[in-house]
Design a binder for this molecule. Structure first.
Ligand code: NAG
Ligand code: NAG
Ligand code: NAG
Ligand code: NAG
Length: 614
């Protein structure tokens, strides 16, 4: 690690090293807090960070950066050592795509891999985003895997070596180790959900099949004190159910701790009284905290299963979702402005600052006149990013010179947008944050309007047309946050008296209810006391899978034919919907409509229309 840090440019050395969090990050706001419940074995988890390692520069609640997280982990490690307990760090993938710190360089991730590797992660896995593009999968194989040698686990993922064409394990299938203070023997596995959209140089094996492999069957027969299953897998999906069942079939009483990811939510799950799961949200907004009390090292595996079905509940599993800001980090470590940051953490904050400067991420394209929300506002509506896209952006940018008079329908999936737009400076970074995808616009010429007009409805309703076909569910076209949320709106919680709620405290030294900052108010399988910070709830509205703009339509009546324009990601669904509407098209009928990506087109629109300096 030191070797890497010494390779920095001399510019770094001139920066004030007192710097922690990014200089332009807003200061954290004080809020009522809940303590972290410590156990004998404790975990910090990150997942779905998507390049947000500089922290959120427009939201004080999530303004700490990866360097601050390194300071936090090092201070917590010192606290663990002091108490003679253990602390392990977990990361469950999707570290890339979604922020200029990754997407803003060519090749992508020129700075990110060196920043991420500075954290001492004990178990790290792959997400689906590392595997969409062949070049990012290759970087994962030739950079991240060696950066986390022995800690990177790939229980169901292979890589195809470009030199030999041979299919080989992406990394170790599992890892066995003993914790340093309590001597707890851990067997760790690392999974990816049954993902099928990966590039040609990786092979994802379905979890059900992996379970049948000999190495797995041997691993789950090992005599250990804990099975640790980390993965880019939702906690309630079929993959973890199958793994839980397989481990329990050999170990009726051994504790199992799952860590999940992918759906971008804070979540926990209870599989039985000694098997729990935790998922730490997204975008470096959340650090997950999990503790197990009552677990010890070197326990003999109990061969005989007593009459009752459940393992004996001799342990307690507790969780917290930590907001990533310095106020909370200081609170949980008992340290302050002058004592919290470690030299290593500060160094990494400087590394991030240098990378952002080199990438020119603060370069302003314009000034957003208002907030535009993904799921926080009703669609359609003036505050919805999708209404803005549909009514203002797409009609003006989806234009091809030789066909500009031809009426057209432009369809994009809502999942192509990843984040809210905040009123204020719209920077180079913002473009990657709201839409990191390299989706090109494709089209099919002269589609009869009577068929084209039904496509959107079919894709949004899903239904049997799609479920019978061999393709992922249409819901995958919407933002991943919707995956686990079924209500149209999560209504605000009734006001609560947090002085009397579980473990809550008001460190502000006031008995008055302070103004709460809007933020997470998580309700999970364990209860509603998971968040470390008490917040005002934020509403959540569902949005459709896809949205559509009708462009250059005749003033009256319907066009006979239209150009059907769409982002490349949704091509399979478009073709199937057309077929269902009585028009058979194939891949060969699809052509490139414009060379620019949707993100570039959007940035162009913003430069034109939001010119003002903030
Ligand atoms: C890693 O993979 C990338 C993408 O294929 C390639 O450009 C790079 O040269 C590789 N690096 C090493 C050290 O093999
Ligand atoms: C931080 O804590 C140290 C040690 O407790 C104390 O000496 C110092 O005055 C505190 N600094 C601030 C800025 O509160
Ligand atoms: C931090 O960076 C400085 C300057 O490059 C270096 O001398 C020092 O060893 C680094 N410290 C740590 C803990 O990484
Ligand atoms: C939405 O914006 C339009 C144009 O600015 C305005 O006419 C309309 O009243 C707004 N609607 C709502 C519900 O605010």
């Amino acid at each position: 690690m030191t070797k890497r840090l010494l390779t920095w440019t001399t510019a770094t050395l001139l920066l004030p090293l007192a710097l922690a969090e990014q200089p332009s990050a807003p200061d954290a706001v004080a809020a009522p807090m809940r303590d972290l419940p410590w156990g004998d074995l404790n975990f910090l988890q990150t997942t779905d960070s998507h390049g947000w390692h500089a922290g959120h520069l427009q939201e004080s609640q999530y303004s700490a950066d990866w360097g601050d997280y390194i300071s936090f982990a090092e201070q917590m490690q010192a606290k663990a050592d002091e108490q003679g307990v253990d602390l392990l760090l977990i990361d469950c993938g999707d570290r890339i795509e979604g922020n200029g710190l990754y997407d803003g360089s060519d090749p992508k991730g020129q700075y990110l891999y060196d920043i991420v590797r500075e954290q001492a992660i004990d178990v790290i896995t792959t997400g689906n985003h590392e595997l969409y593009q062949e070049d990012s999968a290759a970087r994962e194989y030739n950079q991240t895997v060696p950066n986390f040698k022995g800690k990177y686990l790939a229980s169901n993922l292979d890589y195809i070596n470009p030199q030999t064409g041979k299919q080989i394990a992406m990394a170790a299938r599992y890892r066995k180790f003993t914790t340093k203070n309590k001597g707890i023997r851990v067997l760790a596995l690392g999974f990816l959900f049954d993902f099928t959209g990966n590039g040609k140089n990786t092979v994802v094996q379905p979890v059900e099949k992996t379970i049948e492999e000999q190495w797995f069957q041997e691993a789950i027969r090992e005599d250990v004190d804990l099975f640790l299953v980390a993965g880019h897998v939702t906690l309630n999906g079929p993959e973890y159910k199958a793994i839980f069942k397989a481990i329990r079939s050999q170990n009726w009483d051994t504790p199992i701790q799952f860590f999940g990811g992918h759906s971008h939510i804070r979540n926990s799950a209870k599989y039985d009284s000694k098997a729990y799961g935790l998922q730490a949200g997204r975008y470096m907004e959340t650090i997950g905290w999990q503790s197990i009390k009552g677990i010890s090292g070197g326990g003999k595996k109990e061969k005989k299963r007593p009459k009752e079905h459940e393992p004996r509940a001799s342990m307690s599993f507790k969780r917290r979702y930590i907001d990533t800001n310095l106020f909370g980090y200081h609170y949980h470590t008992g340290l302050n402005e002058s004592t919290f940051s470690t030299e290593h953490g500060k160094n990494v904050s400087s590394m991030i600052h240098d990378a952002r400067k080199a990438l020119n991420l603060d370069h302003s394209f314009g000034c957003a006149p208002r907030n535009l929300w993904l799921n926080r506002a009703q669609y359609p509506g003036n505050d919805s990013v999708f209404t803005w896209l549909e009514d203002e952006v797409m009609p003006s940018v989806v234009v091809r010179d030789d066909r500009k008079e031809t009426p057209r329908i432009a369809i994009t999936n809502t999942g192509a947008m990843r984040f809210d737009i905040f009123k204020g400076a719209f920077t180079k970074d913002t473009t990657y944050i709201i839409s990191p995808f390299v989706s090109k616009l494709l089209y099919i010429k002269d589609v009869p309007y009577k068929s084209a007009k039904g496509v959107l409805k079919l894709i949004n309703e899903g239904g049997p047309v799609f479920s019978s076909a061999d393709m992922p569910p249409v819901s995958q076209l919407a933002p991943p946050e919707q995956m686990s949320i079924h209500a149209d709106i999560i209504p605000p919680l009734p006001p609560r008296d947090f002085r009397s709620s579980n473990g809550a405290q008001a460190p502000l030294g006031s008995s008055e209810k302070p103004d709460l900052v809007p933020g997470y108010t998580t309700i999970d399988a364990v209860g509603d006391d998971g968040d470390d910070t008490l917040h005002e709830p934020i509403p959540f509205f569902r949005v459709p899978n896809c949205i559509q703009s009708d462009i250059a339509f005749p003033k009256e009546g319907e066009p006979e034919n239209v150009d059907l324009v769409f982002v490349d990601f949704i091509q399979p669904w478009i073709l199937l919907a057309l077929e269902f509407s009585g028009q058979s098209y194939t891949k060969d009928d699809v052509e490139v409509y414009m060379e620019d990506t949707l993100t570039e087109l959007m940035a162009g629109w913003i430069k034109e229309n939001w010119k003002k300096d903030c």
